[in-house]
Design a protein around this ligand. Structure first.
Ligand SMILES: [Mn+2]
Length: 385
């Protein structure tokens, strides 16, 4: 059996102040083309379909178009999708029962009552059944009432108990679809700026809870990578959603599941974005030249290294790079400014710092009277503390 593993489409997302609509439509079209061409046995979308829990009309239309195109492919390709932390589970579950008849299987929110269960859909191939378990994003508090008799210690406990009560038959092949921050086997995923991962790792789930599955299709982390085991994987976003992802290779993850006991084969097919996201560093002249030679079509974050004062650098860059994200300066002057700040933190008294500030703002030294008055004021403040 061969299936596509997608996640984190984040439809409706903006990159800085640019609406990514055209970029997203373009990449969804490439994904549909791959589906038509390769005809996988299933398509898995592991959460964060939308960027916001109340998606824009534009984002909903985009996803509608994507599903409609996929559903038109014959023979029908079953689609599995779960809610991520950016999605509203209830909204995603809209007309869910109706969509079952089109083999579009949605699980927007996790079980919240003892009688509710994780969604399980079984497909067949030449080696027998493959059970897909759909586990939407959850916090221990969401699923607390599923276990009226027990206390859920943390995320690992909540995920572990939810899976255990489904009693998966591990003598057969099982695929888990999940959207959490998994760690384990000494591995913590490489994160970037466009995820909402809790600082301190309080939301992490140990992979010990999911290691008996034959493949785990994960969403949440935006870079393509495995966690602890080669069959536990994040597929990453189809597009670069922050400057910190400029060096990522984005692609389509295609998984081939063979007989029970054999490691699945994982391929990453290239995706071709409408515009790339690039980091550039150099003098204004160099960067303008690269823009004219072809890089002007991309989203760029620019760091200028010119020592001389530049005439309206942002405006000049914008003429060549219409999709300019940000401009920074890194030269002797900006570095010296940083050194002054660092020194000030260690060595300077509040009065000396005020004198520096005064000099910076007024371009002259603070008078003796000024020093005296400020000194008194600072003394008073100190006593009040
Ligand atoms: Mn995400």
């Amino acid at each position: 059996m061969r299936f596509f593993h997608l996640s984190d489409l984040h439809l409706g997302k903006h990159l800085h102040h640019y609406n990514l609509k055209e970029d997203q439509i373009h990449i969804l079209k490439e994904l549909t083309d791959y589906a038509r061409q390769l005809h996988p046995d299933a398509i898995v979308i592991a959460g964060d379909i939308y960027d916001k829990s109340v998606p824009s009309a534009e984002a909903v239309t985009m996803f509608d178009g994507f599903l409609t195109e996929l559903a038109a492919i014959r023979p029908v390709i079953p689609i599995f999708m779960i809610g991520g932390n950016h999605d509203s589970g209830e909204r995603l579950d809209y007309v869910r029962k109706l969509l079952d008849s089109h083999e579009i299987y949605i699980s927007g929110r996790p079980p919240i009552k003892p009688e509710e269960h994780l969604r399980k859909v079984t497909l067949q191939d030449e080696y027998g059944p493959v059970h897909f378990y759909l586990m939407p994003f959850l916090k221990p508090s969401y699923v607390r009432n599923v276990f009226p008799e027990e206390i859920l210690e943390d995320y690992t406990d909540a995920v572990g108990k939810l899976i255990q009560r489904e009693r998966p038959d591990y003598s057969q092949r099982n695929v888990l679809v999940s959207h959490q921050f998994y760690t384990g086997n000494g591995q913590t995923p490489q994160t970037c700026d466009s995820e909402l991962v809790q600082v301190g790792g309080l939301d992490n789930v140990d992979i010990v809870t999911i290691k008996d599955f034959d493949y785990v299709a994960l969403g949440h982390i935006h870079g393509f990578q495995q966690v602890g085991m080669p069959y536990i994987r994040y597929c990453g976003t189809p597009l670069k959603y922050s400057v910190s992802e400029a060096d990522h290779n984005k692609g389509l993850t295609v998984v081939t599941l063979k007989e029970k006991g054999q490691l699945p084969q994982v391929e990453c097919l290239p995706l071709h974005p409408l515009r790339d996201v690039k980091k550039k560093r150099g003098t204004l002249e160099e960067i303008l030249k690269e823009g004219r030679e072809g890089d002007g079509v991309h989203y760029v974050s620019v760091t200028l290294t010119d020592e001389a004062e530049l005439y309206k650098p942002r405006e000049q860059l914008n003429l060549v790079y219409p999709w300019l994200l940000e401009v920074r300066m890194d030269n002797d002057r900006t570095r010296r400014r940083l050194e002054v700040i660092e020194e000030a933190v260690e060595l300077r008294t509040p009065l000396e710092m005020y004198q520096d500030f005064y000099r910076e703002v007024h371009g002259r030294e603070l008078s003796t009277e000024g020093i005296e008055a400020m000194g008194k004021l600072l003394e008073n403040i100190k006593e009040d503390c």
